[in-house]
Design a protein around this ligand. Structure first.
Ligand code: SAH
Length: 406
């Protein structure tokens, strides 16, 4: 991990503005040259064209993001283990006090938002799940495991790192430390969930939807909207891209009759187990293993509430147009299925789709659906998914709560 004193990345003339603005990414186009042949993932100093040291970050020769800065300014990171310890401690301290015994699953580390670019740590009760999104963080695996063990004495630490072509990383999945197999049970605002941290999607549960699931529950409980005949008990809720049934579960516990649509058989099985775990009768609810686009197209029912929480349709900028059309299609179809007075909670987790674009997409969907629509709320990601003001790309989750007037 030691860098020889001659190793450095040097910016082109006038290319230091974004670093001065504390943006943590240095793109390849800004780099004039690299001295000393650093390894992928090594921590190296960054200099501007005048030779001033601007910061220190993870170097990756194959990524467009050539450097991910961990620290700004001229002072080197003396001991990387101590540095990681301090950042991890600060990240955990931020969450302390926001979560009680009713919520035992929390995102502990959210990458750049916690000053730890490329690292995600989710806590599911006694189990920690980590993701290394960059070569730099992956190289620090054992230091991070040591630090996490000191922080909370977990039963096991599981790795669920996704593959990244850009970074040159393959997917890594398995128990990193301790012993664990099967599912872990957690509580989310009092609702019980099985989480499959070994085989499930991402780290097992979409923790970023915690607040939105509670919002849906509250709307169902309070009787949705004045113009809707069905309140609370008996409200019909359609949840598309339902994964392990999170939104359906929160609504069903307030008396809604739910339909959950997802392509994943494993997710539908877990969704039904989650209903049973909370004392709900699965026979009173529908679980459809189907493509949500097809399902929405052929649906002839009407609903009081529709939830649309698809996977990111725009993963890379070139797919922006295609992804935007997909968002428009599901939202048009979703709006068409709503009773007058009904609600649509609709999300985009594509970082490339900003608030303005998402609102325009929803406008186009409402026009095509020929519905008159009010915006009741706009919500971003929860407190355990912070983003840095200097790194606006970190704000990825956009949610609108819409009401169909007629
Ligand atoms: N709302 C969920 C998270 C959704 S993640 C929650 O609260 O936990 C996105 C989900 O969409 C995944 O479960 C994935 O299996 C599903 N999915 C992806 N493409 C799909 C499609 N075309 N039709 C239906 N489901 C799809």
């Amino acid at each position: 991990m030691h860098t020889s004193s001659s190793t450095r990345v040097i910016l082109g003339p006038g290319r230091d503005r974004s670093v001065l603005n504390r943006h943590p990414w240095v793109f390849s186009g800004a780099v004039a040259r690299v001295e000393g042949d650093p390894q992928a993932g090594e921590i190296v100093p960054l200099q501007n064209a005048e030779g001033r040291v601007m910061g220190f970050g993870f170097y990756n020769p194959r990524s467009q993001i050539r450097l991910r800065l961990l620290a700004f300014g001229p002072d080197p990171i003396p001991v990387i283990g101590d540095f990681l310890d301090a950042r991890l401690k600060a990240a955990v301290a931020l969450r302390t006090g926001f979560f009680d015994a009713q919520s035992t699953a929390v995102r502990w580390v959210h990458g750049e938002g916690d000053g730890l670019p490329g690292l995600v740590v989710d806590r599911y009760g006694p189990i920690l799940v980590v993701q290394f999104h960059t070569v730099g963080m992956a190289r620090l695996r054992s230091l991070i495991v040591d630090s996490l063990r000191r922080l909370c004495d977990p039963v096991a630490i599981v790795e669920r790192s996704p593959a990244s072509k850009e970074e040159g990383l393959g997917a890594v999945s398995g128990v990193l430390w301790g012993t664990f197999s099967g599912r872990v049970e957690i509580l989310e605002q009092g609702v019980r969930h099985w989480v499959d941290v070994i085989e499930g999607q991402k780290t097992g549960l979409f923790l970023d939807q915690r607040d939105n699931r509670q919002r849906v529950a509250q709307w169902v409980a309070r009787g949705m909207t004045q113009g809707t005949a069905r309140h609370g008990r008996g409200a019909q809720l359609l949840n598309c891209f339902s994964y392990t049934g999170g939104f359906s579960l929160s609504a069903a516990l307030q008396g809604a009759i739910t339909t959950s649509v997802d392509t994943s058989v494993a997710a539908q099985t877990l969704a039904q187990d989650n209903f049973a775990l909370n004392g709900l009768h699965t026979a009173d609810h529908r679980f459809e293993t189907a493509d949500a686009f097809d399902w929405l197209h052929q649906c002839r029912e009407r609903y009081h509430f529709v939830v649309l929480d698809p996977p990111a349709f725009v993963k890379h900028r070139p797919s922006l147009d295609k992804g935007a059309r997909a968002y428009k299609d599901i939202n048009r179809l979703g709006l068409r299925l709503l009773e007058a007075g009904g609600l649509l909670l609709t999300c985009s987790c594509s970082a490339h789709v900003n608030w303005d674009l998402f609102q325009k997409i929803l406008y186009a969907a409402a026009r095509e659906a020929e519905r008159s629509v009010q915006v009741l709320g706009r919500y971003s990601q929860p407190i355990d998914h912070p983003f840095s003001l200097y790194h606006p790309e970190g704000e990825y989750l956009k949610t609108f709560l819409l009401r169909v007037v007629e």
